[in-house]
Each structure stands twice: as C-alpha cells, then as structure tokens.
Design a protein around this ligand. Structure first.
Ligand code: 9MG
Length: 280
C-alpha cells in the first residue's frame, strides 16, 4: 500500500501526518473546554491547520476516563456546525465518534474520516461507513470511558491488543471496506495502566507491521505519571513522545500542540535523515 484514502484526500504513506485535536466538549480533557462554542472551535481548527495539521479531529463527546456518554443529538449539535464551518478550509476533517447516527450525519456534512475509539463495534457502525470512501481509525479500548481505568488487566497486553486489532481489521475488510482506508491505534490510556502503555509504546513496530498506525498520547496522564507534570504542563513530554512514536513507525500522531510537534518532527528528520517507519 502506498497511500491512505481519507475522503477528499489521498495521503502518501511516505511522510507522517499530524492530526490536530478540536474538542467541542465542555469538560474536554486537556484544554479545559476552551473551544466549546462552534465559532471558537472553528477558529481553533483553522489555527491548527495553519500550523501544519493535515487532519483535524473534531469530537463532541468526551472519552476521558470517567466521562459519561452524551446523546447522539447532543453530539451532532456540537460537531456538525464545526464540520460545516471548516469544510472549505482545505484540510481533512475527521470526526471522533462511536455512534453510527453521528457517523452518518458527519459523512453527509462532509467528514473525510471517522475516528472510532470502539473500532466500529457498535451495531450499525460498519454499515454507516461502508458506502463512503472516508478514512477510518480502529482503536483498541478495554471497557468504556466511564469505567475503563478502574482496574484494567491483561495477561499479555501487546498480544491481546494486536489480536483485537487483527480481528477488527478482518471484520472491516470482510464488510467490503478497502484496506487503504484503514488506520489502527493501540489506544493509549483507554483501559491501560502505565505499564501497559509503556509496553504498547515500545512495541509500536509490531502494530506498524499490521497497518498504518495512529498514536494519541498528547497530554495524557501516563506522560504525567512519568514526568510529574500537570496536564497543562505536558507540552515537552507530548512533543517528545510524538517524535518517538513516529520513529517507532507511527504514521499519524494526534496532538494538541501542532506547531511545536511539526517543528520537532522536522528537526528530527533533518538531523537524523530518518524517514517514516525507520527505527533506532
Ligand atoms: C478521541 N481520542 C482520544 N484519545 C485518542 C487516541 O489516543 N486515539 C484515537 N484514535 N482517538 C482518541
């Protein structure tokens, strides 16, 4: 495979991509709900695009540990105006949702990609996306956001996550979806302890051998556990982790701080002459 098919866009797999986070939730994880109004979210998305994001990930339901679900209507009311406002901006638009109704509405409003932390497991999700050419991210999550961090356990985390993602890739391809549309994601922080996250990070090349990989570690609590830094003070750990993820084979990094991450990736590529997928 040479490219990632993502709605109106066809991205080469030869260079990593930056996905900028546009949360449209009142309690959102690390930006304190600062972009909750559609106008502010659109402005923020335009800024992230100018800074170098090739994809914007718009989310109307928090997936932070302990968060409660919202209705499909509420989620659509948050996401669709932002999607419409950014549609002409020349950037690929992803919608972060687990709900088939929201997927359908988002695709009708022009979304290029669906980022599903449930890997299209909800009844009707596969059917909602099958007829389009949108990009898809299939993420591993153990449990659901409300309870996933209570006591996550695995006998062998890397093998279990890899087996799950293999199964989901198979199910999605069996439904007739072209593999050029698919990304996989081990789901850092989604039902994982610090030790699980570290094992998954170390083994990113295993996942990169299966399909192009998306990694989301930006400002996450496991970076706080490793550095002692509070959420608002995790820029440096987030940027370093993004560069290391790419170095270990990640294709897309999902980040809050696009400008700094772009700079760090460029510097790393200049200094080491590394291309995508090359490890130490
Ligand atoms: C929505 N969301 C929050 N964190 C994420 C992550 O790590 N990966 C993906 N695909 N989505 C995420």
């Amino acid at each position: 495979m040479t490219h990632f098919q993502c709605g109106r866009y066809r991205f080469s797999l030869a260079q990593p991509l930056l996905m900028g986070i546009v949360n449209v939730t009142p309690d959102s994880f690390s930006d304190g709900g600062r972009y909750f109004s559609p106008e502010r979210a659109i402005e923020h998305g335009l800024k992230l695009h100018e800074e170098g994001a090739q994809i914007l990930d718009i989310g109307g339901e928090s997936t932070r540990p302990g968060s409660l679900p919202v209705s499909a209507e509420q989620e659509m009311a948050r996401v669709i105006p932002v999607l419409e406002g950014l549609r002409g901006a020349g950037v690929a638009l992803s919608v972060d949702t687990m709900k088939p109704e929201v997927m359908r509405a988002a695709l009708s409003a022009g979304a290029d990609m669906i980022n599903d932390v449930r890997a299209l497991e909800a009844p009707g999700a596969l059917e909602a996306v099958a007829g389009s050419d949108c990009g898809l991210c299939l993420m591993h999550m153990r449990g659901m956001p409300e309870t996933m961090q209570l006591a996550p356990t695995y006998a062998e985390v890397v093998a279990e996550v890899a087996t799950y993602l293999h199964r989901r890739l198979h199910a999605v391809q069996t439904a007739g979806i072209d593999s050029a549309r698919l990304l996989i994601d081990p789901g850092f922080g989604f039902g994982k302890t610090l030790a699980h996250n570290l094992a998954l990070f170390k083994n990113l090349p295993t996942f990169a051998d299966m399909a192009p990989v998306l990694v989301g570690v930006s400002r996450k609590s496991f970076l706080g556990a490793l550095t002692g830094r509070a959420t608002e003070d995790r820029l440096l750990p987030s940027v370093i982790a993004a560069v290391l993820a790419i170095r270990r084979g990640a294709y897309v990094v999902r980040v809050h701080d696009v400008r700094e991450t772009v700079e760090a990736i460029r510097l790393w590529q200049e200094l080491e002459g590394h291309q995508l997928g090359v490890q130490a």
